[in-house]
Design a protein around this ligand. Structure first.
Ligand SMILES: [Zn+2]
Length: 103
């Protein structure tokens, strides 16, 4: 399994720090643990916990921290992702659960 180097993890954490500053919501820690069954956000420990490095999952969980509910954060995370990666729109499609997958 591909594992990021510590400095790569730090890049993800830095992005999260930029987002929390932009939204003025205080620090959130990013944890990546392959044993976790699904991506989740923990408002008590203020952590986003991902099973793998996935930008869409990362944005989805961040969306909850800024108060977007579960159905709406699918749209928010997708649109936010496409703003940064417009070319991905042609390559991705939603599955029956609403998650983005490769076409
Ligand atoms: Zn959700």
């Amino acid at each position: 399994m591909w594992r990021p180097l510590p400095e790569q993890h730090q890049k993800w954490q830095n992005l999260l720090n930029e987002l929390t500053k932009a939204y003025n919501i205080g620090e959130i820690k990013l944890l990546v643990n392959a044993k976790c069954e699904y991506p989740q956000g923990d408002p008590f420990t203020r952590a986003i916990i991902l099973d793998k490095y996935s930008m869409i999952s990362f944005l989805h969980e961040f969306g909850h921290f800024i108060g977007i509910d579960h159905p709406a954060t699918f749209d928010w995370s997708e649109e936010t992702f496409y703003k940064a990666m417009p070319s991905a729109r042609k390559r991705l499609v939603r599955d029956e659960k609403g998650y983005l997958v490769k076409k």
